[in-house]
Ligand binder design. Sequence first.
Ligand SMILES: *Cc1c(COP(=O)(O)O)cnc(C)c1O
Length: 343
Amino acid sequence: MTAPSRLLLSTDALVANWRTLARMSGDGNGGAACGAAVKADGYGLGAREVVARLRATGCRDFFVATWAEARALAAPGVSVSVLHGVREGDMAHVGLAGVRPVLNTPAQVARWREAGGGACDVMVDTGMNRLGIAPADIAAGLLDGLVIETLMSHLACADEESAMNPRQRDAFAALRGATAARRMSLANSAGIALGTDYAFDLTRPGLALYGGVPAPGLPMRPVATIEAEVLQRRRVPAGATVGYNATWTAPADTWVGIVNLGYADGYWRGFSDRGRAFAGDAALPVIGRVSMDLVALDLGNADVGEGDRVRFDADLPRAAAASGMSQYELLTGLGARFERVWA
Ligand SMILES: *Cc1c(COP(=O)(O)O)cnc(C)c1O
């Protein structure tokens, strides 16, 4: 059985992106170490495969959202931080070698202490008002005596020019020495692009590892390319329509390819009339509505027939602009039906 749609994944591009981000973090240069956010199954690409490749490249610090994600990745020599910390229902799962919670609330801190403590990370809120304990609680001694590996905070506006950025950086820097933390970590992908004064001791890129471009001009390489098969090649006469709600009308007799891909695969409806695929160098525009499992392409003069495979545009900023989705959503929405093929 051959999968009708595949996700072609590039080890070279993933590794090159991590090295670029590590260099920008100052890794190997007396600067920060570079970790990797691999939550949401490695942003849809496959966390196990991503971790194996990044470990081989020298990455040691990995970040997931939940304990189920951590359990799937725990292995000797791997450090995994669970960003959502410890809910009551998580306590049965703690104790995995190399896995630490990122404590986010006073209740989580208390729960962790009651369970005997042990190495943990702590999230402090420096202005995003999402997760994290207040700097005032640190000053009041909330963390005293805890064995903290990494104190972290998260930037709200790293992907734009905002006064929030230096404000959060300075609030975080003011906490140096205020806890027993061995390391401090602030920057996600976009935060790395803000400069080394945002890198502290450890950076946590996700998006940019996978080919997302969080700030203009960053040299990230696409890692994932959708390849799908043409199920039918058909001649659509001038004036006839294609697909649900008949939104596209052929301006002239047109060769159309119906391809095995749809919004159930994470190829969203926003690509209707706006996405594009390629056959070699020939660009093939998406025409009409994207269906759940199918999409129609204008084949033009391309020599593409039933059973041939086409590749969809892998440039994430361009695909995000076309579809109206964020680069994050395009990656994490990649569906379960793809055969994920690493080269
Ligand atoms: C997801 C996440 C990251 C990675 O963010 P990117 O924007 O994908 O680089 C880093 N830190 C925290 C706390 C996160 O939740």
